[in-house]
Design a protein around this ligand. Structure first.
Ligand code: ADP
Ligand code: MG
Length: 578
C-alpha cells in the first residue's frame, strides 16, 4: 500500500469533528484523512455512508522506533505472521475492554478488528513492515438516527482509540513472555511441519497433545470437568519418533510414515478426534490450544462425500465406470453428484491441485465408495457395479503417485489387509495394532476380489474458461462477498463451501472470493491450467501479500491454502473447463 508521507496535526481532527456536530451523516466524509496523534498516525481510510452500513475503515501506524517491539520478533516471515497475529488479538482484546461500544444508532461506537480463532494464519489486520506496524480496524462512527454525534466520535477516536493502540501495539504494555511464546511456538510448529518430509513422515502428533475440543461448535481445547477429562495423546512406543524444535528443543510423538494408515477402534474411542487434529495440522495453532504439536503435511486434504455438489469434467473413471445411462466418467459432469461420485471427484480434484495426503473418515464417507465386500461382490457382478471402491485404489495411490491415505475405519475389516500402519484407539489411547491386524487377516482370509481394472494415471489438467467467472451483480461490475465461513457469493453465483472442512476462518473465505477473481483475471484469461493458475496465485501472495487481492485497503483477509482456492473454483456451478 502507498503511504501518504504527510499527516495533518491531530488538532485538525478535533476541529473537523466540532464543525460537523449535529449535521447529517454524510458530513462525516470530511474527516477522512491522515492525522498525527503523537505516538501514532491515525488514518481514516473510508467513511461509512450511514450508521447501519458496514462500519468505517481506519488504520493506526506506529513506527518500530516508537513501539519498540524487539526486531528479532520480525526477523523472518513466519515470525512476522505470528507477531501480527498476536498484535491483532491484543488489539481486539483491548478494544473489547476499552471501547465503550454501543453509543447511538446502528453500529455507532463499535471498534473491531478481524481476529482469528485457534489457528494462526497470515492475515492483513496487522501489517508488519520494515519501519512500522499498521493495525487495520473498523469503527462505527456514532449518530443519533442520521444526526452526527461528533462529541461521541471525538471520545472514540481521540480517547478510546489511543488507549487501545497504547495497550496493544507498544512493547511496554505487552506481556513480553506471552508475546515471545506466541512467536517462538509458531516458529516451532512450522519447523516441525517442515521436517516431516526429510524425516520420511506425513504427520506427527506430539506426546501430551490435547486433541478433543470443548464442543462441536467450540474449537477451544476440552476442559476437565466433573464427569470427564481430556486424555493427553501418547504415541505407541513402536511408532514414536523424536523431532527437533528450534526454540523448545526435541519432542517425542507419533510419526505417521507415508503409505496407508488406518485409525481403527471402537465407536466413541477418539478416532475422528485424532483425524480432525490431523486435518487442522496443516495450520499453526495458538499456544495452549493443545494441538500445537500435531502437524500434517501441508498438502493434506480431507476427503468426504458431498452429495448435491456440482462437478465439471472431472475424470472419475478410476473410481466410477459404466454408469447406468452410459454417461462417460472420464469427463464427468453433474449438477447433483451422489455420495460416491462426489467423493471420487473430491479425490481427483485434490490430486489435480497437488495433494499428497488424503484424510478420510468413515463417518463422512459413502459406504459404497469405501468398500464392496465379498458377499456384495457375489450378489452384484462387477459389470453391474460402477464403483471401484477406495480400498482397491489406496495402495496404488501410495505407490508411484506417492499419495498417502490416513483413514478412520472401524467397520470394514477388509481394510486391515491393505494397511501399512494400524493405529487402534482404545479409551483415547493409541496402540500400534499392525501385528494383531496381520494375524487377523491370516486367521480370517477374505474372499473379496480386487476390482481395479486398469492402472491409475495422473488426472488430466483442466483449463477453467474465462466465462466461468462473472463477477457482475446488479449495476456493479465486480461484486464479491462472503457469508461466514461457508458461502461465497461471486457475482450472482453462490459457492457452497460447507464440506470444505479445512477452511477454518471467515476471513479465509473472504480472501477466496477475491482469489477466484484474481485467478480469473490473470490466469483463466490466458488459458492457464488450474494447477498453473494456483501456482501463480501462490507466488503473487508470497511476494505481495494479501493486499494484492483487494483493490481497496481492508484488514479482514486471511490467507487460504491454494488447495481451498481450487476447492472453491471446483464448486462453482458456473465453472466451464477445457
Ligand atoms: P470415534 O470417532 O472413535 O467414534 P470421537 O473421536 O468422535 O470417537 O470421540 C468421541 C468422544 O470422545 C467425543 O465427544 C470427543 O470429544 C471425546 N474424546 C475424543 N478424544 C478424547 C480424549 N483424548 N480425551 C477425552 N475425550 C476425548
Ligand atoms: Mg468417528
Amino acid at each position: 500500500m502507498n503511504r501518504p508521507s504527510s499527516a495533518l496535526p491531530g488538532q485538525r481532527l478535533t476541529e473537523a469533528l466540532q464543525r460537523i456536530e449535529g449535521r447529517g451523516y454524510k458530513a462525516y466524509k470530511s474527516i477522512a484523512g491522515v492525522y498525527d496523534l503523537g505516538r501514532f498516525r491515525l488514518s481514516i481510510d473510508h467513511v461509512q455512508a450511514d450508521p447501519f452500513a458496514a462500519p468505517s475503515r481506519l488504520s493506526a501506524e506506529v513506527k518500530h522506533s516508537v513501539a519498540e517491539i524487539p526486531a528479532h520478533f520480525r526477523s523472518s516471515r513466519i515470525r512476522r505472521v505470528a507477531l501480527a497475529d498476536y498484535l491483532t488479538r491484543q488489539f481486539g482484546a483491548a478494544a473489547n475492554r476499552l471501547a465503550r461500544g454501543h453509543r447511538g444508532t446502528g453500529k455507532s461506537g463499535q471498534i473491531d478488528i478481524c481476529c482469528g480463532g485457534q489457528e494462526i494464519l497470515e492475515r492483513n489486520s496487522v501489517i508488519v513492515e520494515d519501519d512500522l506496524i499498521e493495525a487495520r480496524f473498523t469503527a462505527g462512527l456514532p449518530a443519533a438516527g442520521r444526526r452526527i454525534l461528533a462529541r461521541q466520535a471525538a471520545d472514540m477516536l481521540l480517547e478510546e482509540l489511543p488507549a487501545i493502540v497504547e495497550a496493544s501495539l507498544f512493547h511496554s504494555s505487552l506481556d513480553a513472555t506471552a508475546l515471545e511464546r506466541h512467536v517462538l511456538t509458531t516458529e516451532d510448529q512450522q519447523a516441525l511441519r517442515d521436517q516431516l518430509e526429510e524425516r520420511g513422515l506425513v504427520a506427527f502428533v506430539g506426546d501430551g497433545s490435547i486433541l478433543p475440543r470443548r464442543s462441536g461448535i467450540d474449537d477451544r481445547p476440552m476442559r476437565p470437568s466433573a464427569d470427564r477429562a481430556p486424555v493427553p495423546f501418547e504415541s505407541p512406543p513402536s511408532l514414536a519418533v523424536e523431532l527437533d524444535r528450534p526454540n523448545s528443543g526435541p519432542i517425542r510423538g507419533l510419526g505417521v510414515p507415508p503409505g496407508v494408515t488406518l485409525i481403527t477402534g471402537g465407536g466413541f474411542h477418539g478416532k475422528s478426534t485424532l483425524l480432525r487434529a490431523l486435518e487442522r495440522g496443516v495450520y499453526n495453532h495458538v499456544p495452549g490450544d493443545g494441538r500445537e504439536w500435531a502437524v500434517t503435511h501441508p498438502s493434506a486434504v480431507k476427503i468426504r462425500a458431498e452429495d448435491g455438489r456440482s462437478v465439471q469434467k472431472v475424470d472419475i473413471s478410476p473410481f466410477i465406470n459404466n454408469l447406468p445411462l452410459g454417461q462417460p466418467t472420464d469427463e464427468f459432469s453433474t449438477e447433483n453428484a451422489s455420495g460416491s461420485t462426489s467423493q471420487a471427484a473430491n479425490i481427483i480434484e485434490a490430486l489435480e491441485a497437488g495433494s499428497r495426503l488424503l484424510l478420510i473418515d468413515e463417518d463422512t464417507s459413502a459406504t459404497n465408495f469405501m468398500i464392496r465386500d465379498a458377499r456384495m461382490q457375489a450378489l452384484i457382478a462387477k459389470e453391474q457395479e460402477p464403483i471401484t471402491p477406495y480400498i482397491d485404489r489406496a495402495r496404488e495411490l501410495a505407490g508411484e503417485p506417492g499419495v498417502s491415505s490416513i483413514l478412520v475405519v472401524g467397520g470394514a475389516g477388509d481394510y486391515l489387509e491393505i494397511a501399512d500402519q494400524v493405529l487402534l484407539m482404545h479409551h483415547y489411547r493409541a496402540q500400534d495394532a499392525r501385528d494383531r491386524a496381520l494375524q487377523v487377516v491370516e486367521r480370517y482370509p477374505s474372499v473379496r476380489k480386487g476390482e481395479a481394472e486398469f492402472r491409475l494415471t495422473p488426472p488430466p489438467d483442466r483449463r477453467p474458461l474465462p466465462r466461468s467467472f462473472d463477477p457482475r451483480r446488479g449495476r456493479r461490475a465486480v461484486k464479491i462477498s462472503s457469508r461466514g465461513r461457508r458461502t461465497i457469493v461471486f457475482g450472482s453465483t453462490r459457492i457452497d463451501l460447507d464440506a470444505v472442512e479445512q477452511l477454518v476462518d471467515p476471513a479465509q473465505t473472504r480472501s477466496l472470493g477475491l482469489a477466484i477473481h484474481a485467478f480469473s483475471e490473470s490466469c483463466a484469461q490466458r488459458g492457464a491450467t488450474l494447477r498453473e493458475g494456483l501456482e501463480d496465485l501462490g507466488r503473487r501472495l508470497d511476494n505481495s501479500g494479501l493486499d494484492w487481492l483487494s483493490p481497496i485497503k481492508v484488514g479482514d483477509l486471511a490467507r487460504p491454502r491454494l488447495l481451498e482456492v481450487a476447492a472453491a473454483i471446483n464448486r462453482m456451478r458456473t465453472l466451464h473447463v477445457q
